[in-house]
Design a protein around this ligand. Structure first.
Ligand SMILES: *[C@@H]1O[C@H](CO)[C@@H](O)[C@H](O)[C@H]1NC(C)=O
Ligand SMILES: *[C@@H]1O[C@H](CO)[C@@H](O)[C@H](O)[C@H]1NC(C)=O
Ligand SMILES: *[C@@H]1O[C@H](CO)[C@@H](O)[C@H](O)[C@H]1NC(C)=O
Ligand SMILES: *[C@@H]1O[C@H](CO)[C@@H](O)[C@H](O)[C@H]1NC(C)=O
Length: 334
């Protein structure tokens, strides 16, 4: 019942506090300007100071001291289009219009105006901060998901982002059942459930006109190929990738490789910009080196790797580099 040990404990604790405080104050005042101090502190105490950035163990926006990341990653580029951010510079517009060489495009400004009469305009996802820990699964379509048993793990993420034709029905054990976001363009469109957000990647003005039409009148039936004239999707959850974001990914990340980024790589970059932690599934070849889709039986059917449009090797290399730097976690399947 002696109070002494407790007193000793508190004295010791107080001393520690004073010591820590003065050390920090010293380094703050005398060794580094305030801005550098924060970086310095985050280096020594890692995740503690990361908490200032987000509430996860690791934060996407925490680039540390990595010059490569700082060169490529620009978190102030917003991935989604809003009415305000939809205006494109002459340069960006021309670049974007050249991707699929659309002839006689409609008036972009007018199309965007009409678009936002149909879909909501929210600054969605741009709510990063110390309170947020948003975990995301990006699920590619590789055959390496077959027999992977990743389904349950994929579904634990806050956001599950899939792309193009990806089905879940019948493949739940390996790819999961949850889809919060489905990234597509007119030529790869599929119907969605009411709870899934359709993420349109527009590669031309007609793609914006298509989503308007597919949600309302069904008049557009073809682009450079026949497309779905109607789409089942929740209008209130449709979002559109900003062409400017596509250009940023092409220039800043791909450094001009390929003709333009693939949907897979754009989806990964989308996740990097809206999530705090990103897990990646179904990217790359399977164990036999095949590049097919997980829902295809014929292993050659999806031999799309070298289409001439995308630089798949370079994109995959960047993806691996991000994993090496622990910015994403790669699940390679089998
Ligand atoms: C990031 O993007 C913003 C907005 O376009 C631009 O002003 C800024 O210079 C970019 N930062 C870097 C480091 O490139
Ligand atoms: C497109 O429409 C906007 C607004 O209706 C107009 O100001 C602009 O001049 C048009 N652009 C072209 C290239 O016709
Ligand atoms: C789909 O969700 C919206 C709200 O986002 C709701 O208004 C609508 O009734 C739902 N439709 C169906 C078929 O559940
Ligand atoms: C990516 O490619 C570069 C050379 O182009 C190579 O040095 C590097 O090891 C590759 N990174 C990965 C993760 O494969």
């Amino acid at each position: 019942m002696s109070p002494l040990p407790q007193n000793k404990f508190w004295t010791f604790f107080l001393l520690c506090c004073i010591l820590t405080f003065t050390t920090l104050l010293f380094s703050y005042t005398f060794t580094d300007p305030p801005f550098h101090f924060l970086k310095y502190a985050s280096r020594i105490s890692g995740s503690f100071f990361s908490k200032d950035i987000c509430a996860c163990d690791s934060c996407m926006a925490d680039l540390g001291e990595d010059a490569w990341l700082a060169d490529h990653f620009n978190l102030s580029i917003l991935p989604l289009m809003t009415r305000d951010s939809s205006a494109l510079s002459e340069d960006t517009y021309r670049w974007w219009q050249w991707l699929q060489r659309e002839e006689n495009p409609a008036n972009y400004t007018q199309v965007v105006e009409e678009l936002f009469r149909i879909i909501p305009e929210e600054g969605v996802f741009m709510d990063a901060g110390p309170q947020r820990c948003r975990t995301c699964s990006v699920v590619g379509n590789s055959g390496n998901l077959k027999g992977s048993n990743y389904g349950a793990l994929i579904d634990t993420s806050d956001l599950v982002i899939r792309m193009n034709k990806a089905p879940t029905k019948g493949f739940e054990k390996d790819v999961g059942a949850k889809t919060t976001h489905h990234v597509m363009y007119p030529e790869s469109a599929v119907d969605l459930s009411n709870t899934t957000s359709l993420v349109l990647v527009p590669f031309k003005t007609l793609d914006l006109q298509w989503i308007i039409s597919a949600l309302t009148t069904g008049t557009i039936r073809g682009t450079y190929m026949p497309v779905k004239s109607w789409i089942k999707a929740n209008k209130n959850k449709v979002v559109v990738i900003n062409p400017r974001f596509i250009k940023y990914v092409y220039e800043s990340w791909l450094e001009g490789r390929g003709h333009y980024p693939s949907t897979g790589f754009l989806t990964l970059m989308f996740a990097l910009h809206i999530c705090d932690e990103v897990s990646v599934f179904g990217f790359g070849a399977d164990q036999h080196g095949n590049w097919h889709h997980y829902w295809e039986h014929n292993q050659l059917a999806g031999a799309f790797r070298h289409t001439g449009v995308h630089d798949g090797d370079y994109e995959y290399n960047l993806t691996l580099t991000l994993a090496d730097k622990h910015k994403i976690q790669m699940f390679r399947g089998r």
